[in-house]
Design a protein. Sequence first.
Length: 305
Amino acid sequence: MITVESVSKLFEGIPAVDDISFQANDKEILVLLGTSGCGKTTTLKMLNRLIDADAGTIHINGKNIREQKVEDLRMGMGFVMQHSGLFPHYTIQKNIAVVPDLLKWDKKKTATRTEELLHKLHLTLDILDKFPNELSGGQQQRVGIARALIANPPILLMDEPFGALDNITKADIHEEFKSLEELKNKTIVLVTHDVQEAFELGHRICLMNQGKIIQTGTPKEMLYQAKNDFVTNFFSENRLLLEYKTTLYSDLKSLTNFNNDTNFQFSDDTDIWTILQKLSSDHSLNEDYETLVRAFNQYRKLQML
């Protein structure tokens, strides 16, 4: 668990982060969301002391990070940055092996773990002798994730990790990210300015503005229990899509006679957007589509009461 208490950071006397507090729970993806300059990247970098806080305390698993050696602190964290952050003059094999080399792993252990991660991230072994500029953006980002995961750290810090990717590649990597078992046992703090990315990947969201945390909550809480007008307005542009994506089949079961007996079978935790996309591809299912939309609209009204 990561606990941040009353943390502030000033640059030239101007607060970049202003007295913030939050927790990232074990095995949780916590998203720091906000526009450029809101303090989210500075906050992330204070967690592994790439930047030191001017005030407040940060504890990881009950230990004050100020009382640990920086090297030891960072060895317990993976770090993934925008544009992958790969060393351009290192081969992919050498890039992935940076931390194992520091830990003095034997070559066989490094090679075995590298092959395991490449397989999980849908990368082929033939990239190992290539250099970063010979890979696509999506491949580079996957390699960056592999490098962060190779020593199996319990914490993963991610700074706009998918920001440089096109929307199609980003959607593919999001799906891989959510399904990767390797990540489900880690505490992840992810920085993004992309609202849809925050909602798709985050268990909880810290919405920041001008160095402060405005509200922390689940995606549903951000939509239906907004703390103030800033939160409401921040999500207004994409609100209907976000509502579809955060509403699950289980949320609507008591409101509809939709029997889920079509050719498409959905689990209770399938979101309504995914179900409607499937139903819309088959004209014979128009009635089911309309039934589900009516139930969704009823659910929305109940949430807004």
